[in-house]
Design a protein around this ligand. Structure first.
Ligand SMILES: Nc1ncnc2c1ncn2[C@@H]1O[C@H](COP(=O)(O)OP(=O)(O)OP(=O)(O)O)[C@@H](O)[C@H]1O
Length: 250
């Protein structure tokens, strides 16, 4: 279990009596990059929210970084970029520096005061993400691509062991999307973070992810990309064209 970043066992969850996840089981090794795909309403965001403890499952277990979720308190070891966070009010009263600094709060006990170490971590992350020059800009006034980079920086500022991104590229143009994917790939390869990325971008994810989880309330496929691409069962499920679309750059 120690080498697992995440383990999900027999997970069921839903809303007002209707099931969004049915008996979901999979586990992710440390250092993997997992793409999570599936049609609209297939339970991807619900899965992420259960993993993070934002929704209580009806049954099943989640282990995070080798610890049962009920005993897991080190949220600073996990970076999370929620879906839709990029849509800021242009008048949102916070600078880039302040938004990234907020990411340091999860590691603090009360009274929560920022230290010299926090400033160093924020500076280092801004430099790495190439956004030091906009540290004083208001977050709501940035372009979509820069804003998403700042929010990724906030998720990364504690050097997380597990990075969870829920549809982070939805509002980005193709070029900005590609550079965003490259940053997550660097994070995975160079900083050895395990990455979980929810996306509808099946044509691109195969270029970066090592593993694929395809959900439709249940697990339709879980495994590494080569297995997905060589699976005749998946050809039967997606059709040759659908499978090729996911696999063509892999
Ligand atoms: N807060 C909620 N209250 C009631 N039902 C919900 C709620 N959130 C999600 N659902 C329902 O649960 C199911 C799974 O939704 P979920 O958002 O997890 O899917 P998803 O795969 O992330 O979808 P998308 O790709 O559209 O973002 C859907 O039928 C959705 O309508």
């Amino acid at each position: 279990m120690r080498d697992k970043a995440l383990s999900v066992q027999n997970l069921c969850a839903g809303y007002h009596g209707s099931e969004a996840l049915q008996d979901v089981c999979f586990s992710v090794n440390r250092g993997d990059y997992l793409g999570i795909c599936g049609p609209n309403g297939s339970g991807k965001s619900t899965l992420i929210k259960v993993i993070l403890g934002l929704i209580t499952p009806t049954s099943g277990e989640v282990n995070l970084l080798g610890t049962p979720k009920s005993n897991f308190h080190r949220w600073d070891r996990i970076g999370y970029l929620p879906q839709g966070l990029q849509f800021f009010n242009p008048h949102f009263p916070a600078t880039v520096d302040e938004v990234i600094r907020l990411g340091r709060l999860s590691a603090k006990k009360f009274p929560r005061r920022f230290s010299r170490e926090d400033t160093v971590a924020v500076e280092r992350t801004m430099e790495w993400m190439g956004i030091s020059h906009i540290r004083g800009s208001m977050i709501g006034e940035l372009s979509g691509g820069l804003r998403q980079r700042v929010l990724l920086a906030r998720a990364l500022v504690n050097d997380p062991e597990l990075l969870i991104l829920d549809e982070p590229t939805t509002a980005l143009d193709p070029e900005t999307r590609e550079s965003f994917y490259k940053l997550t790939f660097e994070m995975n390869r160079e900083r050895k973070s395990t990455v979980l990325l929810v996306t509808h971008d099946t044509a691109t994810i195969g270029k970066y992810a090592s593993h694929l989880l395809y959900l439709d309330k249940k697990v339709i496929f879980y495994g590494d990309f080569d297995d997905f691409c060589n699976s005749s069962e998946m050809t039967g499920f997606f059709g040759e064209h659908g499978q090729h679309l996911v696999c063509h750059r892999h």
